[in-house]
Write a protein that binds this ligand. Sequence first.
Ligand SMILES: [Zn+2]
Length: 288
Amino acid sequence: MKPPPPPPEPLRAATVDAHTHLDACGATTPELLAAAMDRAAAVGVTRAVTVADDLASARWVVDAAGWDDRVVAAVALHPTRTAAVTDADLAEIERLAAHPRVVAVGETGLDYYWDFSPPEAQQRVFRWHIGLAKRLGKPLMIHDREAHADILRILREEGPPPVVVFHCFSGDAAMARECVDAGYVLSFAGPVTFKNAPDLRAAAALVPDDQLLVETDAPFLTPHPHRGRANEPFCLPWTVRALAAVRGVTDERLSSCARRNAERVFRLGELPSSPSIGTSGATDPRSA
Ligand SMILES: [Zn+2]
């Protein structure tokens, strides 16, 4: 991957990156994490939710959320990592997810694009994560790749937790309508800026103001016009501006609206601040 692009023009109102992977962006130490969040803050992205996709990453995100007040965490086993899950793995995810700076159970869901784990295993672990979100009273953060119908069906069968976020929403207008009617929150990433995504923009246009988030999913899905370069939380303004244009509002209004929604959905106002709490106690898997 080519290095990240030069920074965009700063947003005029602060916003929150609702889904990113700071470890995969290379921000693996307290100093590098602070530098990445300084670059983000310089363009108006004042907070980020850093998301785990496996057990090592889950330990890391909990530590990272203890390093910097601007960073909170989400933990789960990604659907592509569900082929050989043990009870001990699930017990550790449950323990990490209970940490006060873990604001969501995710990313979990179904991925029928990649062939790393059979659908049955993915569905079983997705159902377990739905139960975990309910036990903890935390939002469920969903990864849905080419699995729209099964995601919606399993949520109905299990009964969704009070807050459900579709990370990097990838459905069309009909799916967005169904999610909105169910009370789900839709988070939009770089693809909303892509030329070949008119159906996604039609979906983004109809989401009510209070059910919308913005995210980078960095280091992946870098927004247009920088596709092919590495993504970082500081790249969020390109997505914010594209989404504002689709919805016919100012960048400022879109930024503020997404920030307020992130604060409400992830209860950012109720968090203990990072230096006052311990870390997961895990050793850094990347120092080995
Ligand atoms: Zn992700």
